[in-house]
Ligand binder design. Structure first.
Ligand code: ADP
Length: 436
């Protein structure tokens, strides 16, 4: 152990040594005063004797105690004690205890992993590379005030770290206190990512709303101005305004649905529902769109035994939205294929894990592979222009993913350009009847 480089615990601060020698010095002062008063010594001689006694008493303690093994002294020192080491080791985040010169007294395994160059009894500044940490540490040492610093750590991965330096008074052997410093490091990466996502989300939502709003106010101006007395133009503009207002309404509807599902994300639905009638209801509702797009919808429901219900623990309203989004997307983006197949496979009992799969397959232009991993992100579209012209909000698949997460299910997306796309919603099969 490199004791020589460390401020030896036996060399106590002046305040400690003074406290320890106080009684001896007071006794010496009283004795010398009496001797001076009885005329045995002059004042000058008495002062000289007192200075000698005081110097001897205040000489660093180690000179008098060289017989005591240094390790014993260190163990007796509260700062060096096993209990302080245990507290530092038990801290979940990287933690380092420094003396007031900035030397490492204790560090835990997480700190050693974060900064492998940190060594006990060596100056922490030499082991830490980030300029933000070094500045904060220097300031904390100079002022003995708390300091914080945020920095980007690159090894082994990019992560945002926050360093907190807190001065901690630690009792010394002689009743005084040593100002040590506790350095703790906190990984803020996830927090920052959530912050960024929130900011992105607000920016995207405002942008999506601003576009139709700008169109609406533009047409209102035109209708109040040059198109005021032109019934043909008025009818056309009102039609466009209706479309834009519809787009805003859809966007707000989707945003509200998304936030509702997110709010109940941790509460698993506990009502038993049969998926087959839900799918049939959605398909019936989308028949007019299918006719308009000239697409045939085929529904294929397989249960065992036939006609048996396909039961899952689910929220009916959310499941209606889920299938509406998937089938509507297939009709909008896969219309060129001319047909959409919606199948429900609830027959494969005994499989592991027990799942019920609902598959929506179209035969349209498909989706390029680079878009597949991002399709369920909010506002992500493979083709922005196409989505807008179809009245899309970019939130549908994000909503689908959230609904499936709440149902402890998963979404599989497969597609090859020009061969169509297949969206599979997998649900855990209900075990025992709950509430119907
Ligand atoms: P939108 O409101 O734009 O439809 P979604 O989240 O439902 O938003 O879909 C995201 C994007 O995924 C769409 O903009 C579209 O580019 C693509 N997409 C979704 N379903 C299909 C499909 N069946 N075929 C091709 N592309 C699709």
């Amino acid at each position: 152990m490199a004791i020589d480089t460390h401020f030896p615990p036996s060399v106590r601060p002046w305040s400690d040594r003074l406290r320890r020698a106080a009684i001896m010095l007071i006794a010496a002062a009283l004795a010398l005063t009496v001797v001076v008063l009885v005329g045995e010594l002059s004042l000058g001689q008495a002062v000289a004797v007192f200075v000698c006694i005081a110097a001897a008493a205040l000489v660093p303690w180690r000179l008098h105690d060289t017989t005591i093994p240094l390790d014993d002294v260190r163990r007796a020192d509260p700062v060096e004690s096993a209990s302080v080491a245990a507290v530092i080791s038990g801290m979940p985040d990287p933690a380092v205890l420094l003396d007031r010169a900035g030397r490492v007294i204790h560090l835990n395994a997480a700190a050693a992993e974060l900064a492998p160059a940190l060594r006990k009894n060596e100056l922490a500044q030499f082991a830490l590379r980030s300029p933000e940490i070094i500045t904060a540490l220097r300031e904390a040492i100079a002022t003995t005030e708390p300091r914080r610093a945020a920095y980007l750590d690159h090894v082994p991965l990019d992560r945002w770290m926050e360093l907190v330096i807190t001065p901690v008074p630690v009792p010394t052997l002689f009743g005084g206190t040593d100002k040590c410093m506790l350095m703790t490091f906190h990984d803020q990466t996830q927090l920052r990512q959530v912050e960024e996502m929130r900011a992105d989300f607000i920016a995207n939502a405002s942008h999506e709303l601003r576009t139709p709003l700008a169109a609406l106010s533009g047409f209102i101006d035109t209708l109040q101005g040059q198109a005021k007395d032109d019934p043909k133009a008025r009818a056309r503009f009102l039609g466009i305004m209706q479309t834009q207002a519809g787009r805003m309404a859809r966007l707000i509807d989707d945003l509200l649905s998304l936030s509702r599902v997110e709010l109940s994300a941790h509460v698993r639905p506990d009502t038993l529902v049969d998926l087959a009638p839900i799918i049939r209801e959605v398909v019936d509702g989308l028949e007019p769109l299918a006719r308009e797009r000239q697409v045939d919808i085929l529904v294929n429901i397989e249960t065992d035994p036939p006609e048996a219900p396909a039961m899952i623990a689910g929220d009916r309203e959310e499941l209606l939205r889920l299938f509406e989004n998937l089938i509507e997307n297939a009709l909008k983006y896969g219309a060129s294929g001319g047909r959409v197949i919606v199948s429900l496979d609830a027959a494969s009992a005994g499989e592991s894990p027990p799942e019920i799969r609902a598959v929506v397959r179209d035969f349209g232009s498909g989706i390029a592979p680079e878009h597949l991993p991002r399709l369920t992100e909010r506002f992500y579209r493979a083709d922005v222009g196409d989505s807008r012209s179809q009245g899309g909000t970019g939130l549908g698949l994000s909503l689908v993913k959230h609904i499936l997460n709440r149902h402890r299910g998963r979404l599989l997306i497969e597609s090859e350009p020009n061969k169509g796309a297949t969206f599979t919603a997998c649900f855990p099969r209900a075990k025992a009847p709950l509430t119907i």
